[in-house]
Design a protein. Sequence first.
Length: 206
Amino acid sequence: MEQAELNRLSLGDYAKRDKPHIYPEKFWTDTKDNPSDPLNPIKIDMVRWVKRGAPGSGVVQPISRLQKSREYWDVIGPFYDAWKKGHETPTDGTPLSAWPGCRPEEAERFNMMRIYTVQDVAAMTDGDLDRFGMGARDKRAMAIAFLEAGDKAKIAAESEQLKRDLDETRNELKEAMEAIKYLKSKIPGEEIENPAPRRGRPPKAA
């Protein structure tokens, strides 16, 4: 069976998304015996990841095995890199605390489902909606509208900045043309109008 098919079966309806809807719950370093050097055991970085919105204890895997799946590693990789550097785990999206459409008690319910961002709410499956209960569909619609409004605002801001940059370039070009015109006015006319003499042998005398 192809790896893609295995991924689809293991993720269920999450496989329909652009990226697996998963989240790393914990990283740690394990060890195993080193046959070639018993005094220096081999260190193995491990991760326990879960499906967002789904109950269960999660899946425990070595990082080296997870790295072989590009689809999964695109999601887990940034969290792992932050853990290795000792940084705070990054949030892939807009935190629920920054979303006016989510009350604190609702954020707690979402967190229990391992849903931590507005993007997670917007991507909830029908199964997630059933698990959340009453009002879940409205929350998903609100999250989608919130993200779309943010995208439009970002596009508008970028367009306005582009317009300002274009106006500034035009003004600079106008100033440069005026400077060139001024410099030309200071050069004697005959030096501009008379072409430079041709190189080569002088013409024969008549």
